[in-house]
Design a protein around this ligand. Sequence first.
Ligand code: CA
Length: 228
Amino acid sequence: MAKVLIVEDEEMLARTLADKLRGDGYTAITAHDGEEGLEKIREEKPDLIVLDIMLPRLDGLSLCRLVRRDPATAHIPIIMLTARGTEVDKIVGLESGADDYVVKPLALGEFLARVRAVMRRAPGRLAMLDELSSNDIRLSLTGRRMFKDDREIKLSNKEFDLLAELMRNKGVVLSRDLILTKLWGHDYFVEKRTVDVHIRWLREKIEDDPSEPRRIVTVRGVGYRFEG
Ligand code: CA
């Protein structure tokens, strides 16, 4: 049974989410401030963390960064909760290492769907989800193959990783910094322009008209978003 830790200072909400998760077969535990959250993450080793941003003692973004920096916890998927649903918050959250976002006030059905989705693609559970697809594009993750209209299109390793990252975050803007860190790590010799170059190569392979991209759109001054 997968264990979910909910770090949320609004106790009513924490209890409601925990009950909902238990009803869906998860083990749910709660923490009500950032420091208690960090302790429970280290002691309980949850399979998933649901993390509020505005928390007493240690805020959610800082906690998220600490979790990502510690090799013992870096792999644990994180869903952020925020009352502020602006695009900028989403980007900051994703850059601090969150896997997904739920905006408050949240619909419980949607919350559960996000939890299931994040758990499916979590490391170690990847084998359960071998495929990513959107319209006529299909990725076989274990085979590292890409199909468009059921015809295989050869991608380089980086192009494949980039497309997978974009597709996993369909509808969400990924900044060039985030893409750079996820795909190249902290390699000082790689410039942001490298991301743009790979996006261009990818568009040539997957867009019907690469000069007017519809699948991977540019969000000026921010980054790129996969539309479908
Ligand atoms: Ca809060």
